[in-house]
Design a protein around this ligand. Structure first.
Ligand code: NIG
Ligand code: FE
Length: 404
């Protein structure tokens, strides 16, 4: 691969690389280098910093005064699924809540029906459209969950599609088995959970992590613990959809089970939040979901950060509770509703998001993969500020322009 120099970068945004996620006050630290350049060789960063004349390359990209950052990381998506659920908007307008729709056999179970009917190719074609949009919005690392199959054949079908996406696109992916995402119609919760625990033996060949939806009417804390213990025993790192709607103690369970991330956490307890600091668990907050469910109470990002926790942000893209593939939109909601600072937000969608899924992404140090975005924005605070539109101008994956 050729050498490339990106020069004339107005400001270069540099999240700090470290062995673990940035926690507490560290989250508000972000290095910004003005009038900068990046030198890439064989798809890898060899220099980034102030502009100088010490480097030569066969290709020069003139950033024309744009700002640059590592490509974004979306650490929580449900991007592989069949169908859509726009009819639920009408139910929401009438005040029917999310768990009520699920209880009546809709919601996740509606998408399960549509995903079971879809062929591998149909799922791949559909997810490819979302992934293309994510790339266009500056995301080059994506986590993707199963959870719309709820049986062996269809869960593995989703995971196979997910793996195929990582070969088809110039992105880094992490795959998560979310078999216990809902209880299939007419099934017994305990018996179904046993089945999903058994399936872990096969799923671990396809997936990096095991996830579960711990919520009223779905899986209890005790059931979630049983599943997470089983996954840990089989050598799979765990994740959990925790305390999204009701305060069940999912965050405490995540920390007890050394989960790599605990996701949602809108209703997390004070005790749980205070435990984050000394844990290896990243809080993955999904404020787009709270927004889309029309709720007033958002996750307590400030409390988590001020007590020394590591916070990350994700779209939670899925066909029911958050239908957007635009992580920039989530950055805006995080500013408005989670009261996170611009520095915290940038760290949350780069380096901390990468730690939430054990990916080597989100930083631009010498030796890092050259996944870079040139943003049409005057400074890094501008992106959460001007919301709902795409500010990514050029997206570079492993030193190659993949969108402009
Ligand atoms: O993270 N809360 C559970 N699972 C997804 C939503 C899935 C759906 O509604 O289809 C979430 O919000
Ligand atoms: Fe989710």
């Amino acid at each position: 691969m050729n050498d490339i120099i990106i020069r004339n970068i107005k400001s270069l945004i540099l999240p700090k690389k470290s062995d673990g996620p940035l926690k507490g006050r560290e989250m508000d630290e972000l290095e910004i280098v003005d009038q900068a350049m990046i030198v890439i060789k064989d798809g890898v960063i060899v220099y980034r910093g102030e502009e100088n004349d010490e480097h030569e390359a066969s290709e020069i990209i003139d950033a024309g005064g744009m700002i640059a950052s590592p490509a974004l990381v979306d650490p929580h998506t449900h991007v592989v699924h069949g169908g859509s659920r726009e009819h639920e908007m009408a139910l929401k307008r009438q005040g029917v809540d999310y768990l009520k729709i699920l209880e009546q056999g809709g919601g996740i179970l509606n998408t399960v029906e549509q995903t079971r009917k879809a062929t591998h190719q149909e799922l791949l074609d559909k997810a490819s459209k979302n992934i293309t949009r994510m790339i266009q919005h500056g995301v080059l690392t994506v986590e993707s969950k199963s959870g719309y199959g709820l049986d062996r054949e269809n869960e593995l079908k989703q995971l196979e599609v997910s793996r195929e996406i990582s070969k088809k696109f110039p992105i880094t992916m992490r795959h998560t088995f979310l078999g216990p995402h809902a209880i299939p119609k007419g099934a017994d919760g305990e018996a179904f959970l046993d089945e999903m625990i058994e399936l872990l033996d096969e799923a671990k060949d396809y997936a990096d992590f095991a996830d579960i939806f711990c919520e009223t009417g779905v899986f209890t804390i005790e059931q979630s613990r049983r599943y997470m213990e089983a996954a840990n025993e089989k050598g799979m790192r765990v994740k959990i959809h925790a305390d999204e709607i009701d305060p069940l103690g999912g965050l405490e369970l995540a920390i007890e089970q050394d989960a790599i991330s605990a996701d949602h956490l809108v209703a997390a307890s004070d005790a749980g939040k205070s435990m984050l600091q000394d844990s290896g668990t990243v809080a993955v907050l999904l404020p787009g979901t709270t927004f889309y469910l029309g709720k007033d109470q958002y996750a307590d990002a400030r409390g988590m950060i001020e007590q020394g926790g590591a916070v990350s942000l994700a779209t939670d893209y899925n066909p029911g509770s958050c239908v957007t593939d635009n992580l920039q939109m989530i950055m805006a909601i995080a500013s408005l509703k989670l009261k996170m600072t611009p520095n915290e937000i940038w760290n949350a969608v780069t380096v901390n998001a990468a730690h939430a899924i054990d990916a080597e992404s989100g930083t631009l140090e010498a030796g890092d993969r050259a996944d870079i975005v040139l943003w049409e924005a005057p400074n890094h605070e501008y992106i959460p500020y001007h919301y709902g539109v795409n500010h990514a101008h050029t997206v570079i994956a492993e030193g190659r322009v993949v969108y402009e």
